[in-house]
Write a protein that binds this ligand. Structure first.
Ligand SMILES: [Zn+2]
Length: 93
């Protein structure tokens, strides 16, 4: 039995699925490499049966818990992704 089962007489269900390029990008909000392209679909549900899709949008979505940052998929990652810092410094021996 699923623990998140709940009666659904009439409502909307938001379903997010990963799409396209699954390269991790750095989130400008929480600075973690957990932004992936995704597609969210909102469906109208009556008595557990999806009767129609009301909205569908593709977006960049941060999967870090509590963050939830997102941007339109059409926006290039170079416009919002923080610049990578150089960590490979030269070490004097
Ligand atoms: Zn984030």
């Amino acid at each position: 039995m699923s623990s998140n089962f709940k009666p659904q007489i009439l409502g909307v269900v938001n379903d997010v699925t990963p799409t396209g390029d699954q390269t991790a990008h750095v989130c400008p909000k929480c600075k973690k490499a957990s932004v992936y392209s995704s597609k969210s679909t909102t469906q109208v549900v009556v008595l557990f049966v999806a009767i129609g899709t009301t909205a569908s949008e593709s977006s960049w979505l941060c999967t870090t818990e509590g963050c939830g940052w997102k941007a339109p998929l059409a926006q290039d990652p170079s416009t919002w992704e923080p610049k990578k810092e150089k960590t490979d410094k030269l070490v004097d021996i």
